[in-house]
Design a protein around this ligand. Structure first.
Ligand code: FAD
Length: 298
């Protein structure tokens, strides 16, 4: 596979609400962002876990749904035209001989960047797998979807009795390169066991969140969260920031509004790395002509 290099001022890992809002805060400071997410759409937990549920504690917005907030954020960051790179996961990190960070993805791209903002929430959403030994080697054959429900009603070609209550409790495989027959052993609602032959198994077991490869990047961690200071939300590596649910510090609250605050302070320090010779002049969007021009409102 060909490798592709993408140069950017700032790479944001995670397109959840906090990653999206940091595009806005960085954009006001003329910092162009590339955003990566493992999911196929922006929005993080709001879009994936509770798109239709109301949120009541976004300042100034009495009520908004998860999806509604994501759409509002996408509209808000439109003037800064971020580049989204969806459906890929970051894998490796290294510093190159020009003192820039290089981040690889599983699609063989390399992002070369001055600053990294990790806004990866609880980590990457990953499918919960049935508790079956060696299931990984059958994964493609089993249909490795991103979406998961709670029962197995789509999973089985011939339904066992009492399927709504059925749980998979074991499995035997008869496999070859292109044919895989599964003998699913299910527990039905009468507590009996049934064996079924299936061609495809789609386990709808829900999602779990894992920090994934970022855990191996040598950053200081505390119970799988990234330690940061509360002045600039920088990690133990200079030029790498962590904001939103992924970070930890004394008094941390996993709330969207806290992530937004962190994004604003992080951006000030990120500017330092990207434009070391420029000073930031503090300005309000209400009254600054230059900020309003950037936002395209004048
Ligand atoms: P996330 O929303 O988790 O987004 C992180 C993104 O990073 C994800 O899209 C993920 O796919 C991506 N990612 C992770 N790892 C990688 C990787 N290695 N490579 C590429 N991409 C990666 N908060 C409130 O303030 N008010 C509420 O009312 C509220 N209600 C909630 C209700 C529910 C049911 C839940 C589950 C949460 C609720 N929250 C609420 C919490 C809120 O959703 C989180 O605080 C918020 O989503 C955190 O935003 P984030 O951007 O930090 O992370």
């Amino acid at each position: 596979m060909n490798t592709k290099n993408i140069e950017t001022d700032c790479l944001i890992i995670g397109a959840g609400p906090v990653g999206l809002f940091s595009v806005f805060e960085l954009g006001l400071l003329d910092i162009k962002c590339n955003v990566i997410d493992i999911l196929d759409k922006p929005g993080g937990q709001c879009a994936e876990l509770y798109p239709d549920k109301p949120i009541y504690d976004i300042p100034g917005i009495p009520e908004i749904s998860g999806d509604g907030l994501v759409h509002a954020l996408l509209r808000q960051i439109k003037p800064f035209n971020p580049s989204f790179h969806l459906s890929r996961i970051v894998t490796e990190l290294k510093k190159n001989d020009q003192n820039l960070w290089e981040v690889k993805t599983d699609l063989n791209e390399t992002f070369i960047t001055k600053v990294i903002v990790i806004a990866a929430g609880g980590g990457s959403f990953q499918p919960k797998k049935p508790p079956i030994a060696d299931i990984d080697k059958y994964e493609d054959l089993l249909g490795n979807g991103n979406r998961f429900g709670v029962n197995l009603s789509y999973a089985i070609l011939d339904q066992p009795k009492g399927l709504a209550e059925a749980f998979i409790i074991g499995e035997d495989f008869i496999g070859s390169n292109d044919v895989c027959l599964i003998l699913g052993i299910f527990k039905n609602k009468d507590d009996g066991e049934e064996k079924l032959k299936c061609e495809i198994l789609l386990p709808f077991f829900g999602l779990t969140m894992k920090l994934g490869p970022v855990a191996d990047w040598g950053l200081n961690l505390n119970e799988n969260l990234i330690e940061v200071d509360t002045e600039k939300f920088e990690t133990s590596e200079k030029g790498i920031f962590a904001i939103g649910d992924i970070n930890t510090y004394p008094g941390k609250l996993k709330l969207i509004l806290c992530g937004f605050h962190e994004a604003a302070l992080m951006s000030q320090k990120a500017h330092n790395y990207i434009f070391p010779d420029k000073k930031i002049t503090f300005q309000y969007t209400t009254s600054s002509t230059s900020l309003r021009k950037k936002l395209g409102v004048i």
